[in-house]
Design a protein around this ligand. Structure first.
Ligand SMILES: Cc1ncc(COP(=O)(O)O)c(C=O)c1O
Length: 427
């Protein structure tokens, strides 16, 4: 569809450009220094978990169901932490390892395992020549960095409104034995906010991979991060696998990163009993046992899934107004111009914005010039290459509402000016 700028006469477009250049000059003169790049909880959000710091003192009993948190032991994590992690994902605690504080780190270790030692008795990926991972895009740039860092080829797969394009996924996974994995954020995906439909989850479970060492990296990072209403329901991938009679297909990850304190929490992985036995062997060569004092603090603070749900309501109260402001500013500023679309998530941390073809890098650069830092254009694509240069990730959680409002005003002017400049250049 033609944008309002494309439909203008030459004289109208010149007048609109002059007006937008003037608005940009006024914003530039304010010397703003605002940041909408970071998918981080705000200081008010992390403050919600500070009472956890008072729960463990030098007087505390540091044992959990017979395991001492203050010593080696329990290589799969504290029993209560495993029970909480399992309840949150709807899996059996026997198949859960709670490890360290970063789920990304665990994902890296699982890729490392495939690369160095090989999965399910297959040759290590480092000895198999070309190896590929599928990357639904736009997606989470740090996933793509993990596989890129091993020299694994990242292959983009289109994202749709209900998950990755499963025809494309099936074609690759079932016909190409060099495809060893796929990165998935199945709920409130980073950055689109999409939750995979039951049909997509079932299609994943029904895959017949050409490679026996193919695994789905199911990063359920935003499993409990609803900020609007009842939120989205994600079908349990292990239920779908059971329905399909498939096994040894999925590594699922999650963490408390955006529940309590990012980088200072608990992260976990769950998989089939056979896959977990193999991963445990790999982890055993890496560490004696995980950090458990933080696990103990977490289970005493959050208790169970109901406790997490209560806690997440407090996050939602802080996050929802920020997403509402994004929706309002973009609608008020852009809806009539037919220059852009954006997502309307009910949870997670991001809004995914699509501007005119060839605009994203220019919008991010102009916003930077006007004092607003955004995630680099292209970052949500493998190798930073957005083929149409349209996508921008908006991360509204960290700034205060005032700062966010100002940053969005700048963003809207940048989108309009770049769109008008592109319309002018087409003539
Ligand atoms: C999809 C996704 N997975 C993982 C992470 C990082 O999680 P962790 O801190 O547990 O490594 C993030 C952080 O933004 C994320 O968006």
């Amino acid at each position: 569809m033609a944008s309002a700028y494309q439909k203008m006469t030459d004289a109208e477009l010149d007048a609109a450009l002059a007006d937008l250049e003037r608005q940009a000059d006024e914003l530039r003169a304010l010397n703003l220094k605002l940041d909408m790049a970071r998918g981080k909880p705000s200081p008010e959000q992390t403050a919600l978990s500070k009472p956890m710091l008072d729960l463990l003192t030098s007087e505390s009993d540091l044992s959990d169901q017979g395991v001492d948190a203050d010593n080696y032991g329990a290589p799969d994590g504290l029993p209560s932490a495993r029970a909480l992690a399992a309840e949150l994902l709807g899996v059996d605690a026997a198949n859960v390892s709670v490890m360290g504080s970063s789920s990304l780190n665990l994902m890296y270790e699982c890729v490392l395992h495939g690369y160095i030692h090989g999965i399910a008795g297959e040759k290590p990926w480092c000895q198999q020549g070309e190896v590929k991972f599928l990357c639904p895009a736009p997606g989470y740039d740090r996933h793509f960095t993990v596989t890129e860092s091993f020299g694994i080829q990242n292959v983009p797969v289109p994202m749709r409104e209900d998950g990755p394009d499963m025809d494309v996924v099936r074609e690759y996974v079932e016909k190409d034995a060099t495809v060893k994995g796929i990165w998935c954020v199945p709920k409130y995906a980073n950055p689109t906010g999409v939750t995979y439909s039951d049909e997509v989850v079932r299609a994943f479970a029904a895959l017949k991979p050409a490679a026996p060492d193919f695994r789905i990296f199911w990063d359920n990072a935003y499993a409990v991060h609803t900020f609007e209403g009842e939120g989205d329901e994600l079908m349990n991938i292990f239920d779908a696998l059971a329905e399909a009679g498939a096994e040894n297909r999925v590594y699922e990850f999650a963490s408390t990163a955006k529940v309590t304190f990012p980088s200072s929490g608990m992260a976990w992985v769950t998989a089939s009993p056979a896959d977990m036995a193999e991963l445990r062997g790999a982890f055993a060569a890496m560490r004696v046992s995980p950090e458990k004092i933080s696990q103990l603090a977490h289970v005493r603070f959050l208790k169970d899934a109901a406790g997490v749900a209560e806690h997440m309501k407090k996050h939602a109260a802080l996050v929802a107004p920020r997403f509402a402001l994004v929706e309002k500013k973009l609608t008020d500023g852009l809806a009539d111009l037919d220059v852009a679309t954006w997502t309307h998530p009910k949870g997670g941390y991001f809004v995914s914005f699509e501007g005119p073809e060839g605009s994203a890098k220019a919008i991010v650069a102009l916003a930077k010039e006007l004092g607003v830092t955004l995630t680099p254009a292209g970052a949500p694509w493998p190798y930073g290459r957005d083929p149409r240069d349209t996508n921008i990730r908006i991360a509204p959680t960290y700034p205060s509402l005032d700062e966010l409002g100002q940053a969005l005003d700048v963003f809207v002017v940048a989108v309009k000016l770049v769109s008008a400049r592109l319309a002018k250049a087409e003539r």
